[in-house]
Design a protein. Sequence first.
Length: 291
Amino acid sequence: MSDALPDVLARVETWGADHASAALVGPAGVIATHGDLDRSYRWASVTKLVTALAVLAAADAGRIDLDEPAGPPGSTVRHLLAHTSGLAFDSEALLAAPGTRRIYSNPGYDHLGAVLVERAGTPVEAALQAAVLDPLGMVGTQLTDRPSQGLTGPLRDLAALAGELLRPSLLAPATYAAMTTVAFPGLPGVLPGVGRFDPLDWGLGPELRGDKRPHWTGTTNSEATFGHIGGAGTFLWVDPAIDVALVCLTDRDFDAWALETWPAFSDAIIAATAASRGDVEHAPPVGRTPG
């Protein structure tokens, strides 16, 4: 582990949250952490990654067809996963025909929860538990609200989720590839709290970084980076190019402060990670954002 990593992770204390915890995760597990590993936080929309994993695992098991109807007329499970069903951000209003625009939608993921309930024959919290939380040992995490945004849990469990997204065990290789590849390419859209992008690349669950500028990840994150942010001041990103994931939980709601601090924080983590591997030639100085 780089000598700089603990100091870089400790920068979460400067974000104005009452509590903040962060972890860097590699293929073999947690590399470094800062903050309470066991304090429970609201995950907000980072929840969608767990709901997506549960749906995709059910598809692998033959219980769900990604192209079966779900949500508004003409929409499928695949549309819902990729935010292309046409449903509005937080209502059942239909703003576009399925597959024509990328409209980030909480109700879309609530519809996915309903599909899980129908196929599993259990409440949605039990379906998520059986499909994802229990297999990954995420014993401190529970669904307390909607499947689009309702998980609460500790950093320890979010790090376990990040490890799964680095080295998948719950999904078939082809399904994982589909999850992390652009679904319905070329569609414009608005990433709430960040801005409008054309295109707004998204997979079957995670947002895909692509060449978005500006963005909530670091300026030195690769275009292959994928993950999710949450309105509770939370995020998870996985960068396959450097084979690490970064997770953060806070109790300060997402706002302009996050877009001001998260990219530089991620850049500093990437620099410290590169330095620890001896790749200093390609690493920006720790604490500085490349121009």
